[in-house]
Design a protein around this ligand. Sequence first.
Ligand SMILES: Nc1ncnc2c1ncn2[C@@H]1O[C@H](COP(=O)(O)OP(=O)(O)OP(=O)(O)O)[C@@H](O)[C@H]1O
Ligand SMILES: [Mg+2]
Length: 361
Amino acid sequence: MHIEVKNLNKNFGSFHAIKDVNFSITKGHLVGLIGPSGGGKTSILRMLSGLESPTTGDIYFDGKLATHLPVQERGIGFVFQSYALFKHMTVFDNVAYGLKVLKKPKEFIHDRVTYLLNLMGLAGNERKYPHQLSGGQRQRVAFARALAPEPQLLLLDEPFAAIDAKIRKELRLWLRNLIDEFKVTTLFVTHDQDEAIEVADEIILVQGGKIEQQGSPWEIYTKPASSFVASFIGESNVISQYTPLVGFPYLDEIQQDGKWLPDVNVLIRPEAIEVRPHDVSHLATAGEKGKVTHVHFRGDSWYLEIDTGAIKLFAYQSVKEKIYQPGDDVNILIHQISVFTKTENIVIENQAKQDPLPVFI
Ligand SMILES: Nc1ncnc2c1ncn2[C@@H]1O[C@H](COP(=O)(O)OP(=O)(O)OP(=O)(O)O)[C@@H](O)[C@H]1O
Ligand SMILES: [Mg+2]
């Protein structure tokens, strides 16, 4: 189902929670709705579901006005953070519930529930009750129950929030494959930006009741619309003052009379920083000198904290490369920075890298 939301507003008493929100979701896409706590994610989801009415604005399903359609006529499947399974019903009866409400024939219900439980890796658990399952299994039952009546739209509100990190990572890939299999339009609320980047076709980032940015994970990561988006998605070094970095002279946009303009942030992604031993002398033409202050092991990489004297940065180093110790002198090459002013986002490549000298071996 294609979804369109136009000029959506929601007031709770005098509090303006959702402010003129507009977006659309392509049929069959999985869209991640992310943002800080209290941003308005659940409120948007509840208005799409019909559990809450917008104060103003409209919702269209496949081009048809659906703003005030009753919940049961919307063809929506829900999965929420708390498992919300029927405790007194078996796994089979939980999944069969929506089909019984629709008065489907017994044989049809049996076949559909069996098919879904197989697909979810839950075959053999039909007669168990929710309390006899693990958290991950319970959440898979919740998905089976939501998908059983073939919904046109799946609304997921932090479905993996109560599940531990490792299982959660497995479940996100599982979810992506599931959505591909069912081709059901899905809106997926998550606090976890990594989860959204990995599974979503598109991301909508909301903050303070407004959409900060909508785009593919790649677009949002590489072309964040604001320093808020850049720091929310992925990791960044955020610098609000610096002396010019080698290769990045002061820009007219960010300074006036030698002074930094207010509301300017420079963001440097850790992957834009290369760290080399200080005796790689030719790097000095395009790089900064720095000292390693802290080293943390991250399994597949080292997390390095570096002080250049003017700024402090963090960067990653592959475990296959040289191991640094606190106190080591290094040369660092910053490939790219993003400058955010009040009105602009300017991505700047290191200009000193254009030197005829070879920069890297
Ligand atoms: N029924 C309500 N009455 C009054 N205020 C509400 C109600 N529901 C939500 N709000 C307020 O609206 C804002 C958005 O809430 P919402 O639950 O949509 O945020 P969220 O992005 O889902 O947050 P979280 O990530 O913590 O779940 C919050 O400030 C919240 O306090
Ligand atoms: Mg919420």
